[in-house]
Each structure stands twice: as structure tokens, then as C-alpha cells.
Design a protein around this ligand. Sequence first.
Ligand code: TXA
Ligand code: MG
Length: 349
Amino acid sequence: MTTIVKTDPVRPSNDSVEAAAEVIRRGGLVVFPTETVYGLGANAYSREACLQIFKAKERPPDNPLIVHISDMGMLKEVAGRVSSEILGKLERVWPGPVTVLLQRSERIPDTVTGGSALVAVRMPDNILSLELIRKAGVPIAAPSANISTRPSITDSRHAIEELDGRVDFIFDCGPTAEGVESTIIDISGRECTLLRAGAKPVEELEEIFGPIRITEFSRGLLESTVPLAPGMKYRHYSPRKKLYLASSRLFAREVSERSEFLGKILIIGSEETCAKSRLDCISLGKEADLDEVARNLFSALREFDKTQCEIGIIQPFEERGKGLAVMNRIRKASSGYTENLDSLRTYLN
Ligand code: TXA
Ligand code: MG
């Protein structure tokens, strides 16, 4: 049985957080909002509890989990020795949508790190999640709450649709603030590397951590067979219907103006593109407002699946600021690329 409780994520009711914390302490599963996406959490110190996460999410067992902490004191318990220089830098980005890889401590079971010597840690910028961790008294291991390969969950509506019956507790708190997951960087070595673009723009992180290596892999361009982040070799963010990335904004607009595709193709694009479209459209927001586009993306992918259209065409966005994360998610969610009407027609039945 799943308990579903509605509360305000900024001023959560004490009773709801206490009830969820009790579930965590007993080794159960809680779906909770963070500032990025909903997480599916369990006691990070308990191997048995964390194994339940993999089961509920149908997640491959070698894909490690992020450990969420509520304060710097907890960092000392989950990570090995952290230099005061790194601590100072972390204090500038936390709480916030930044996950770092650090040497793990012995308290963190192999189940959480996939056997790696490094643990991924973050302090979320969301009052409910911080209260939950504090009340539970243990760090919370949590991947994004979606079933494996599906788009991340950014609205509790979708959490209830997908997870009712699979977990012990779901917080019904509406949409999340950021809409894309945290930025993941590996700071365990001498060079700082981006493992996943996310809600915190790399440009801002470089001001704190110095130069960050951005691989083609982290932009979603290459699916490496030797993944930097173990889990990143898996299929991700996929709607059930086929989605194709248009080669340019202009080509997406050209498609959207062709009434021959009416009822067959759905356009996912900016407000500007949708305004002129003759086809069914899901707007992600103003073209230049990449924060808004990031916020709407995952919900749009889920809504696309509920439409009658055969396939979807999504337009590209600028790869600056949050656009780097947006384009990474779009590339991974897409089955392919389309650059002319002939190739597009072959995708239709
Ligand atoms: O915003 C977020 O990061 C959300 C919220 C819930 O915090 N969490 C999230 O978790 O997106 P997940 O599991 O969906 O994505 C985390 C990624 C995975 O691709 C995983 O492989 C990688 O981080 N990761 C976790 N621990 C790792 C480790 N020890 N070494 C390398 N990669 C790791
Ligand atoms: Mg995920």
C-alpha cells in the first residue's frame, strides 16, 4: 500500500515529513521532491533498503545512486577525507543542483556505488527534502523516481501514475522548480570532469572549481561503451512513442507548417514555433528562456505519449547555460535525427 500525502514543498507539514522519515528509518521507499526532479529514496546506509530501490524502478543493479545529505556533518560520514579547500567550494554550491564524486566512506554499501570507490553526493535545495533527511537521521540514496529508461518525473501527478503500488510513500507536491537533474562533476582527481550536464550551468561551476572538461559524451553526442558514469550507458529519458530531433529550429518550423502531417506528427517546440504551427504542439516555453524550457521538458515528453500522434518532432535549443542539459536530455530521448521531409516521411506508417 502506498501512502500519498499532499503538502507544500516549501512549508511541508511536520506530520507528513515525520511519517515519511519513519518509512525511511524502517527501510522503506519514499518518493520526494527535490529542486530538480522527484527522487525515489531509501536509507543510504542500508543495503537491503537500497536493493528495494532497484526493484521498484526496474533499474540495472550496476547503476549507482546519488546520496543526498542535509548538512556538512553528514558529508563526513558518507565521504572519506575531504580537504578543507574542497569543503569551501562545496559550501558555495550547496544546497543546490550539483552532485560531486568523492572517495566513499566505509558506511556506504556497494549497492549504492555499484562497487566503485567513489560516491556521488549532493545536498538538495529543497526544504522538504532537507527536513526529510534530517528527521530520518540518515543520508538518503535516491535516483530519479521514474521507472528505468522513462523520462524523469518533475510533477507528482506523474509520480502517482507511475509509482502508486510500488513504493511506501509519495509526496504529492506538484511540479519541481528546476525540471532537469543535478549537474554531476567528478572532483576526485586532479582534473575536474563533467559527467552529466544539469540544472547548474557549467559556466557557473567553473567560477568555483576552475576549468571543467566537457566531453562529447556529457553533451549526449556519443554513447560511449566505456561510460564515465557507470549508469550512463543505459537508454534514458525515453517516451514510448518515437521522437526525432529536428536538425534545426527552422526545419522544425517547416514541418509544423505542413498540414499533410496533421494528426500524425506532434511538434514539441518553443512558444514561437507553436504559435505558427498547423500541427498539434506542446510548447516548452519561450525560445530564449532556457530555464522555462528545462522546467517543462520531461512533463512534455510524458504528455506526448498520451496523444494520438504517431511520432514527435522536437526542435533543438541553444547549448548555453541550462541549454547544455536540455540538449543532452533531448538527444538521449530521441530515436534519431531528421533533416528533410523525405527522411521524415519514412518514419511514418
Ligand atoms: O537531480 C538529481 O540528480 C536527481 C535527484 C533525485 O537528486 N537524481 C538523479 O539520479 O538524477 P539518477 O540516478 O537518475 O542519476 C544519477 C546518475 C546516474 O547516471 C548514475 O550512474 C550516476 O549519477 N552516478 C551515481 N553514483 C555514481 C558513482 N559513484 N560514480 C559514477 N556515477 C555515478
Ligand atoms: Mg535518472
